[in-house]
Design a protein. Sequence first.
Length: 942
Amino acid sequence: MSETSSYQPYRLMLRAVFFVSGAGALVFETIWFRQAGLTFGNSAEASSVVLSAFMAGLALGNYLVGRFSNGIRRPLRFFAAAEGCVAVAGVLLVLILPAFSSLITPLFTDLVGHPFMVNVVRLFLGFLLLLVPSTAMGVTLPILVRALTRSEQSFGSALGGLYGWNTLGAVAGALCGEIAITSWGLYEATGLAFLLDLSAASAVLLLLKEPTDEPAQEGRPAKRSPVAALLVAAFLSGACLLALEVIWFRFLHLFVQSTSLAFSLMLAVVLAGIGMGGALGGMWIARRPNADDLGSALAFLSGAACIGLYGVFGPIHDALGQPFAVEAGPVLALTATLALPVAILSGLLFTFIGSQMNRRLDSPIHATSRMAFWNTLGAGTGALVGGYVLLPHTGVEGGLWLMALTYGIIGFLLNARGWRSLSTAGPPVALLAALAAFPFDSLSERHYPVVAQRFGYPRTARIVETREGLTETILYLENHLAGVPVSYQLVTNGFSMASSSVFNRRYMKLYTYLPLALHGDIRSALLISYGVGSTARSLVDSDGIERIDIVDISRDVLDLSRVPYSEAGRNPVDDSRVTTFAEDGRQFLKVTPARYDLITSEPPPPKHAGVVNLYTREYFELIHDRLTEGGICSYWLPVHTLDPSQSLAITRAFLDVFEDASMWTGSGTNWMLIGSRGGIRRTSADRFVAQWRDSAVRQELSALGLERPAQLGALFMSDPAHLRTMTRDVAPLVDAYPGRLGAFRIDRRSQETAYSDWMDVARAEERFRQSDYVRSVLPPEIRGAAEGYFRLQGVVNDLLAQQASPVTRSWNPTEQVGGLHELLVRTTLTTLPKWHLRVWEDLLAAIRTLSSRQSLTGHYRTSLAAAALAERNYKRASVLYKEALDEDAPPVPVVHLTLYALIRAGEIDEAMERAGNVRVEAYDPTYWRWLGGLVGRQVPAP
């Protein structure tokens, strides 16, 4: 048996141990970064600083093991000690971070307004906290390479095999960590990471025999330039891959739903590629010792692949037929298309650079530690450069081009033998050709339109602004009617984050309108998450509010607030009472000393990556602590994105903090949770209705279907007592158990059944009548009047559900016109009848603007006719409908509405004449009988 084969079990065992070590490390990292986000904030700056601190610790470990390698006589025992250190320090860090957060809060409070110093402190504290476990992780690769190369001659094989299997273990850790956190909880997942690292340490000590104890070899003096070139290449290769990872993930989020699982899957693809490349490189060098001479060619090919894969992404995305991927299969396929080949080449490149380094130093531990040190520093630098420099300043396409060019620089650094033949010159020529042919403008001309097509582009929407910013890629869409703006839509990372349409403005502005009515004297307000500015606009429109702070994690979202508010004086952030903060909302609440009469928030949906902690009990406690006595919190509950059990988990978390928590409907399944600090003191009826005395606010309230103050009362769904009953057996959503929110997939059937029951207006009205809470917060006059609006609230709910449904409701004239008639004769409302006819104020404003430019036909004229009907101007309505009816082949509903308008206008004879002459397909016997009941005579059939 050869020497190599005799060490085969030993080598395989070491690789298996390092696989387990990689898995444990990634589970720990996943948990640490989650908790670091809660401690230091989840802003782009905070996340980047914490990542840099972690990378610095890894690099330090690589440096120290090389610097003091002479003292390491038993590498396997040293490795076991390092793994044990990671396990123990990792658990301690998880336990310490929550308590540490409260200790450092006063320090950050003193630094409010000094963002540079805040980030310096974050970097220092992050490095300090992560120092021990990250440094211990950093020593493991060089020390195992040394142990393995003492037993076999092939350094490249040892390095590639260990690096590859460790990275493949990280793939398992990335997926298992996410699953463990979701299924078990944060502390249980910590236990898994502890057991994995402890298993790796124990296996080395119990199952493997320490290699022959030989004196550690010193690296031989090397020529400075070749080694320096290799170190620069190692640095740049690490920087390239991490910068590319940042760029790839940002681009992919245009087509992949931003969830924690999706991020884990994308990360797993990149890590799998690196791992496969490392393992392949090790096997290659074992068979061809001089294979590392191909490092230069691999670098050039990596650059060409960056560009080529971006070029073919569009057709492959189209072929998958998944415009916005949620399922694992399409997510993996899209990520693999863009990143997998380059990741494999990167793993090969790491192994080949290390092998070349060892040939010059003739010291495995020095070669590995020095190369890994510079590669890790490069990775940390690349992550910062990718996020802070490339994306905001060059964008995805500029970043890809520059990284491809950087791979070319690496290729030249590794080319020690020159261009000896056409074959060796082929890779650099391929890269030059790719650089010259880069598909610039693909993002704006192809990919952005593909994203926008999900939101009506180009038929009813157009892209008016795009920005590749620090935290997201933003598309601003203008929804228009024949070129006249109707509303605006904010799309971030491929997801529609906010819209200024009437039905979205309704619930967004209710976060202000309802608390203002209940409180009666709000002087200060904090808005967390800006969106398109609807809630901010409602705050600014209230003259009584003296101080308004607006916090959004994205500076770019705040900067682009001008898009939907282009008219002078309309942009909320320009109001003199407004101060904006580009910061994580949770971190802001922790450090601000200010207190507010109103805190309102509509963060992204809770299942989006990194958002769950904005719906937990701990977060609601922060809000409670920043309220004044009697202050109110209004919070978005997007039940359309949640199963009933998940909605109840958030509600229970809110109820645990706010004892007087209540639930109100906003717009469809966009609900509101209302809570206060110390209870809401009932205000007077005069103060409750104050907003309706402001003409501008009253006009907007009317447009949103809130024409009467008492309609606010009919938004009521549940009081504290009812919420306690509903959540009695429900565990609250808390930081340590984010999995209580469940998977991204939603059971639509159970959702529709439960939510329809919760929104049943008859039951809500009964709870309203019996509620002590309602009697304590609503003035008697408002409470009594509100009881008469619950039936109409049911109509609103039905109309909003129809508006949100992708299925168009079939036209039933007796039902549709009969319902309209009931609204017109039994109420004095105008907005609800308009909505009944699918007409709203923004649309009407656009039509009126359009009428000044051209003569109106078809749908435009019938929309104005519908508005006239709703306003009880039956004469004008009949004229407009008749004009529409005289056009060629008017829609059947126009025929039915024309007859009704004529009857309501008193033009009975004309109505009868037209009824007898309608085309056959418009005749509906039931409707004709109903019309006959209105006029007291038989309506002639055609």
